[in-house]
Design a protein around this ligand. Structure first.
Ligand code: HEC
Ligand code: HEC
Length: 351
């Protein structure tokens, strides 16, 4: 089997993860980590230089710009110093750093928790509220349409290339269809895939979300994590996890503190952070930590204070019970004598 098509085999064959588990949405439900597809080539999105010079291309380019420099929405929709691309690496292209091409194909997706279907644009809204500690743009806003258009273009361009249609422009789609995502009957895939990719396989493109990481042999420890942090992370992210800002431009993102993601974000969970870190950090030297070190450093980073969960109600204990009862995070738990969440920074500084 030619390597580039190998992932298609997986996609067509479905996977062991049932689609009902693969749920996310406005409340940052957890996306199960995927077994890494060993020795398979991953999907390659179309090269950005091929974004066309026309009105649709402008929308796609706008989406790209917002994705890599989300700080241009600072104070309007963004309340911290992060950019989407800080977590969705390589401008949302990198497999197992929750790439946008795989995400676009997975929505609309069903959410078990409230029996609600969420669209692609709604899922982006979730990252604005929590990961960006901000205020989500309206569903019909040019910003969300542009980011959806960009994600769609990466996916569709890559599929066309894969099937020898390098010269074919990515077909334009209406704003409505872009907001919705590719997991609907009306979203037609090109070439030989047109009637083959079953709807229930569209959430399982290899490379989606984060790669599964083996469980730690010892319970993750913030104490051991502090050591890993100072050896492998502090040089870039700073002794206090504050990141680096140069000439007013954040160049290295904050891992905790006022300028990082808030207590409601997916990355605040130790398991999610550990899978991300193992696969992607230290930047440029990824997959160097031992799994136990990734778990420990994730526990350290996620047991420091950060902006409050914007769903906060009454007090930390009530909020923890309502929103964090079964997540793998430290909200409401005690570390070094402090109950995390009780000294949180302001949630959502943009109003
Ligand atoms: C060489 C510098 C460098 C080192 C060392 C490094 N990182 Fe990063 N890290 C970055 C940069 C830069 C980004 C943003 C990547 C981008 O925008 O493409 C990032 C992104 C992140 C993110 C996601 C964004 C955020 O703010 O939450 C996490 C989490 C993270 N790093 C954790 C770690 C951990 C834990 C370590 C140590 C094991 C580490 N990093 C080591 C440079 C580094
Ligand atoms: C601090 C890291 C971080 C930042 C910054 C961030 N995200 Fe996310 N995003 C995540 C995590 C973690 C998930 C997986 C959700 C989970 O399992 O809880 C996710 C999931 C998503 C998904 C769904 C992926 C899928 O396969 O279902 C989309 C779409 C998305 N983010 C878009 C964005 C956009 C657009 C921005 C910028 C406005 C952004 N994100 C900023 C961490 C981040």
């Amino acid at each position: 089997m030619p390597i580039k098509k190998a992932w298609l085999f997986l996609l067509l064959a479905g996977s062991s993860i049932s689609s009902a588990d693969g749920i996310i949405a406005d409340m940052q439900d957890e996306i199960p980590a995927q077994q890494k597809a060993a020795n398979l080539g991953y999907f390659e999105p179309r090269d950005l230089s091929k974004i066309p010079e026309d009105a649709f291309g402008d929308k796609v380019r706008k989406g790209y710009e917002l994705f890599v420099n989300t700080q241009q929405l600072s104070g309007k929709y963004v309340g911290n110093q992060l950019n989407c691309t800080n977590c969705h690496l390589d401008a949302g292209n990198k497999a197992y750093a929750s790439p946008m091409w795989a995400a676009f194909l997975a929505y609309p997706e069903f959410r078990k928790k409230n029996n609600k279907i969420s669209s692609f644009a709604e899922r982006i809204q979730g990252c604005f509220s929590f990961s960006m500690n901000g205020k989500a743009p309206e569903i019909d806003s040019p910003e969300l349409v542009a980011m959806s258009a960009y994600s769609y273009w990466l996916l569709m361009g890559g599929l066309l290339d894969m099937f020898g249609m390098q010269d074919k422009a990515v077909p334009e789609m209406s704003d409505k269809a872009l907001q919705q995502g590719g997991n609907v009957d009306s979203f037609k895939l090109p070439g030989p895939l047109s009637d083959k990719v079953k709807l229930d396989a569209r959430g399982h493109m290899p490379g989606r979300a984060f790669a599964a990481l083996e469980k730690p042999s010892q319970a993750p420890s913030p104490e051991r994590g502090a050591k890993v942090y100072s050896e492998h992370c502090a040089l870039c992210h700073g002794a206090k996890g504050q990141g680096t800002v140069m000439a007013d431009v954040p160049v290295i993102p904050a891992l905790w503190g006022a300028q990082s993601f808030n207590w409601g974000a997916g990355m605040h969970r130790v398991n999610t952070a550990a899978t991300f870190i193992f696969e992607n950090m230290p930047l440029g030297k990824a997959v160097q930590l031992k799994p136990q070190q990734a778990w420990d450093v994730a526990a350290y980073m996620n047991s420091r204070e950060r902006p409050q969960d914007p769903r906060f109600k009454d007090d930390v204990a009530t909020t923890a019970k309502q929103f964090h009862a079964d997540d793998d995070g430290y909200y409401g738990k005690e570390v070094d004598g402090n109950t995390l969440g009780s000294a949180a920074f302001p949630a959502t500084t943009v109003k």
